[in-house]
Design a binder for this molecule. Structure first.
Ligand SMILES: Cc1ncc(COP(=O)(O)O)c(C=O)c1O
Length: 417
């Protein structure tokens, strides 16, 4: 156990220690990590990082009272993103610290609306969602005393709208669709879910945390992307993470609501403590203004042209990865990816064993558990290592096949997020 330091260390000592800490990590800069870090363009990364550190000390909690600049940047970011996602002027957004917080706020607002407008009693309520929806919904449901009803998906990995309709009842506060879902990388049929939402009067949340800032540009450069955004009738809220395929410094996410009344239900307003009225639109209090400045700078530096350029590169790389994976005998995609998130397997192989072997070669294996397979969210960091990844995958798979045929045991990696 580390004792609290008695004396401070020199700057040089700190630098060396931090270098030593960083050396313990997986080599994400060399494309060895299949999630967690998203890089679109080196200059945009530097611009975002510098803006972040210019606003290193300011606190976005004080945006309304002390830091007008942070408020202005936040508003601009939300307006720009609302227009990108085909929202209208009567819609409203909130800048948050991540997909999980965006989802929490949407669930909180949906639950409040059900209580206010439909008389849902406290302690009651459920969310109907595909099995593939992110665990953030489970966290939110558990925290807010809602029951999750996870529904199996269709063979193509997409939400089964009919089965979701069957799972609905008068206590359902939210329906969920993903754009795309994390496990298989496919976009759920948001238009059909919107019809279900309108027909049943239930709130639909589109979780575009992964795809929100890639899908519009992938579509612009000619890829066919199913409808998912704020123009789809019936969508009550939509989350989209700037710190994923928006390539902005963490933490940065957005959540949009179909009207400002709904956005207001997500926020918090308290006047009973002895320090005056406490109002926050977010779940967290203090939050980094650097995330806001970094997002403003990245979006403005790249512009739609820059994002299109990156989308073109990422989607072309996605095609090359898919082709390379499918060229390895036995391998196929678990689902046809809509964007740059791939899940794949050779069903005749022990995939956790392939993953363990890839790990020995220095790759952090992204994995799926049902069915067992490999998983990767591609960004520009993965561009230079494609050949190496594919040849290691082929070699590891061949060894595992031989071992299996010889009846030998081998280490297995377990699927973790
Ligand atoms: C589809 C989806 N939704 C939500 C999230 C949660 O985002 P965060 O990790 O920023 O809280 C993720 C994270 O990977 C995701 O893939």
């Amino acid at each position: 156990m580390a004792d609290f330091p008695v004396r401070g260390l020199s700057r040089q000592h700190i630098d060396r220690a931090l270098d030593a800490f960083a050396a313990q990590d997986k080599n994400w800069r060399a494309g060895r990590v299949p999630l967690y870090v998203f890089r679109g363009d080196h200059d945009a990364y530097e611009i975002g990082r510098d803006a972040f550190f210019r606003y290193f000390s300011e606190n976005a909690l004080g945006a309304n009272r002390a830091f007008s600049s942070v408020k202005a940047m936040q508003e601009e970011v939300l307006e720009m993103c609302l227009s990108l996602l085909n929202g209208s002027a009567d819609m409203a957004g909130i800048f948050t610290c991540g997909g999980t917080e965006s989802i929490f706020l949407a669930v909180r607002a949906a639950r409040s609306e059900a209580r206010l407008k439909r008389g849902l009693p406290k302690g009651r309520g459920n969310i109907v969602l595909p099995i593939t929806a992110h665990p953030a919904f489970a966290k939110a449901a558990e925290t807010m005393d809602l029951v999750e009803r996870r529904v199996p998906v269709l063979e193509d990995g997409r939400a089964d709208v009919r089965a979701m309709a069957d799972a609905l009842d008068e206590e359902t506060v939210m329906l969920v669709g993903s754009a795309p879902c994390f496990p298989y990388g496919v976009i759920d049929p948001i238009r059909e879910l919107g019809e279900l939402a309108q027909g049943s009067g239930v709130w639909l949340h589109t979780d575009a945390c992964v795809g929100g800032y890639l899908a519009p540009f992938a579509r612009d450069v000619g890829y066919v992307i199913p409808d998912f955004d704020l123009s789809v009738p019936g969508v009550a809220s939509l989350s989209a993470d700037l710190h994923k395929y928006g390539f902005c410094p963490k933490p940065a996410s957005t959540v949009f609501f179909s009207n400002s009344e709904r956005a207001g239900l997500a926020g918090f307003d308290l006047d009973v403590w002895p320090s005056g009225r406490f109002v926050t639109p977010t779940l967290v209090g203090t939050r980094p203004a650097g995330g806001v400045a970094g997002a403003w700078a990245t979006l403005n530096f790249l512009g739609a042209e820059g994002y299109r350029r990156i989308a073109q590169r990422i989607m072309a790389m996605r095609d090359a990865y898919v082709e390379g994976i499918e060229a390895i005998s036995g391998y196929g995609m678990l689902a046809r990816p809509d964007l740059a998130l791939l899940a794949f397997a050779d069903p005749s192989l022990d995939m956790p064993r392939v993953a363990a072997m890839m790990s020995e070669k220095g790759w952090l294996p992204g994995m799926t558990s049902r069915p067992e397979g490999l998983h990767i969210m591609l960004s520009i960091l993965h561009e230079p290592v494609r050949e190496e990844y594919l040849s290691d995958l082929q070699a590891c798979s061949a060894i595992v096949r031989q071992q299996m045929e010889a009846g030998q045991d081998g280490a297995r990696e377990s699927a973790k997020y």
